[in-house]
Design a protein around this ligand. Structure first.
Ligand code: ADP
Length: 164
């Protein structure tokens, strides 16, 4: 039987427990998941591409069917190249909906053969985003519940407390 392939695209700057929740749930549904880390020069990420990929690798090492790649291609081209069954996106609040609908509609117009699947976030992660995590980490507040331990450690290195 044909393998089902899901693509989880994103910036992952850095990966949070919200991302991980979506990836873990997608990994149960699809035979293979490719996490496609967008190498998007128009965004100025805190973590460079290699750092983001390494943090994802360490955070998903328990998931045997998850593979991490980077892509600078248009998502639908990447999905086609991977022979993807579906692009998988996480949905948090209503605010995500309009943006996601635009992209999903455009991708469908470009290639009706690739579906977009949405996974509703677990309620405890519905207000969690990489931006919020970075903002809180900058002020040295505890982010231990929001991100994998390796990410918390990497953020502490990015935002060191001033030496007294
Ligand atoms: P992008 O720049 O493409 O939005 P992100 O790294 O912000 O990349 O998000 C990648 C994917 O993860 C998106 O589908 C986004 O909706 C989803 N996501 C991010 N945070 C959460 C969360 N807390 N719960 C569920 N899904 C999330």
């Amino acid at each position: 039987m044909k393998e089902t392939i899901g693509i989880c695209p994103g910036t992952f700057d850095p990966i949070t427990n919200g991302h991980l929740d979506i990836i873990e749930r997608a990994a149960k549904v699809f035979d293979i998941i490719y996490i496609s880390v967008l190498n998007n020069s128009s965004k100025k990420p805190l973590f460079n591409l290699d750092e983001r990929m390494e943090l994802i690798r360490l955070s998903t090492s328990h998931l045997a069917n998850v593979h991490i790649e980077s892509s600078a291609d248009l998502l639908i081209q990447y999905a086609k190249e991977k022979k993807a069954t579906a692009i998988v996106r996480g949905l948090r609040a209503v605010s995500d909906f309009e943006y996601e609908m635009q992209i999903a509609t455009m991708n469908r117009a470009l290639d009706p053969g690739v579906e977009t699947f949405f996974i509703m976030t677990s309620s405890k992660y519905s207000f969690l985003s990489s931006s919020i995590v970075k903002e809180v980490a900058k002020y040295h507040e505890d982010i231990g519940e929001l991100v994998p331990e390796v990410v918390a450690k990497a953020l502490r290195i990015k935002f060191p407390r001033e030496m007294n």
